[in-house]
Every structure is written in structure tokens, then in C-alpha cells.
Design a protein around this ligand. Sequence first.
Ligand code: HEC
Ligand code: HEC
Length: 183
Amino acid sequence: MTTTITRTARLMVTLTFVGFSSLLAHNAFAQSPLFQPLYEVLTHPRCMNCHTITDFPRQGDERRRHAQLVVRGTDNHGAPTLQCSACHQDENVADDAVPGAPHWGLAPLSMGWEGLNASQLCQALKDSSKNGNRSLADLLKHMSEDSLVLWAWTPGGNRSTPPLSQPAFVEAVQAWVNAGGPC
Ligand code: HEC
Ligand code: HEC
């Protein structure tokens, strides 16, 4: 009896360790616990599908390449002949089949976050040469009010939403900004 319990306990410790180290290997944990909740939201497909490093947007939770051969284009709003606005309106339309929000477009390449671990993403987010010359206060404002950010919590259809509620996310960003944006 005791042996079985000991063995089970040992197995559980081992499994926990394996799970933990594989997470560490992917740098899924931010150095600063204050950045961790931001990292979990920013890397959600609702944000990442626009914050790509590719010359096209992505779709769905599996993050497949956008259909209809949609491309980034020179201004992040598509090819001259097929702009995002040809389909994406200021709100979700057609029974939520086409998502939409004001100023729909791909985030510029400098704001592409694919492949970055938590510490790299945190640094990129704060880098004024990449983030549209935003201060920490500007980042808080953008992440609290921007229509594309807010859309992630009302994406329409069966689309999933980020792991934190929108108010909880704003609180987390506020706490991170108050602490000086630790990574
Ligand atoms: C429909 C596409 C789209 C979606 C969805 C989207 N973004 Fe963005 N994002 C953009 C665009 C375009 C810009 C650049 C806008 C600008 O500079 O004014 C941007 C800029 C930003 C910036 C400022 C730049 C930087 O690198 O610091 C932040 C922060 C940001 N987005 C966060 C988010 C978060 C968080 C989500 C999800 C909750 C999200 N975005 C979802 C398109 C999108
Ligand atoms: C020909 C119409 C069309 C054009 C043009 C178009 N889209 Fe889309 N887009 C759609 C449709 C329809 C969906 C929904 C697909 C689905 O949910 O299966 C979609 C979904 C998306 C999504 C996925 C949302 C998510 O998180 O699942 C993003 C991001 C996106 N489009 C960005 C863009 C950007 C950026 C442009 C311009 C560069 C663009 N689209 C141009 C029709 C279009």
C-alpha cells in the first residue's frame, strides 16, 4: 500500500517535472509574473492572427493561412485590388461569418510577434522603434480602447476569446505599466 502510494507520488513528481521543463523549453513563462497574463493574451490566436511576421493574415484557432489569397500589401491593408475592407466592415457581419471592426488591417511587420518567447515579446512590445513610438501609457491606452483589441472579446461566430476577460486584461496591463513594464 505504502509502496504504491510512494510510486504514484514519484510518478506524479516526474510527470510534473517533465511538463514543467517542456514549458520552460518553449519559454512559455515570462521572467516577470506581471508580464505572464499579458503574454497569454497577446499570443492568443485572436491577437496573433493579425500580429504575423508573414505577408498574409491567419484565420481560426489553428492559425491557417487566410483564404482567398489575401496578402499584406504595401500598407498592411491588402493588395490594391483586394483590400481588407472589401470584406471586413466596421463590425462583424453576415451572421458573424465575416469578422469586422474599425480600421481592420494587419499589424505592421515590426509589430509581428510570431515565434517570440515571453521575454522577446515583452521587449518588442516596449521597443519604441517597433511599437509605433508608444510609451507604456500609450500601450495601456491602446490595449484598453483600440477597436481591434476590443474585437478579440467579441469576435463573433464560434471564435474563441483570450484566456482572461477584457476587464481582467486591462487590470493586468495597468499593473504591468505601474511596475514600469518589467519583462
Ligand atoms: C484585425 C487585426 C488586429 C487584431 C485582431 C489585433 N491587432 Fe493589435 N494591431 C493591429 C494593427 C493594425 C496595429 C497597428 C495600429 C497602430 O499602430 O495604430 C496593432 C497594434 C497593436 C499594439 C501596439 C504596437 C505594439 O507592438 O506594441 C498592441 C499593443 C496591440 N496591437 C495589441 C493587440 C492585442 C492585445 C490584441 C488582441 C487582444 C490585438 N492587438 C489584436 C491589428 C490587430
Ligand atoms: C475576400 C474577402 C476577404 C478579404 C479581402 C479579407 N478577409 Fe479576412 N476574413 C474573411 C472571412 C470570410 C473571414 C472569416 C473566416 C472564418 O472564420 O473561417 C476572415 C477572417 C480573418 C481573420 C481571422 C480572425 C480570426 O482570428 O479567426 C483575420 C485576422 C483577417 N481575416 C484579416 C484580414 C486582413 C488583415 C485582410 C486584409 C489584408 C483581410 N482579412 C482581407 C474575408 C476576407
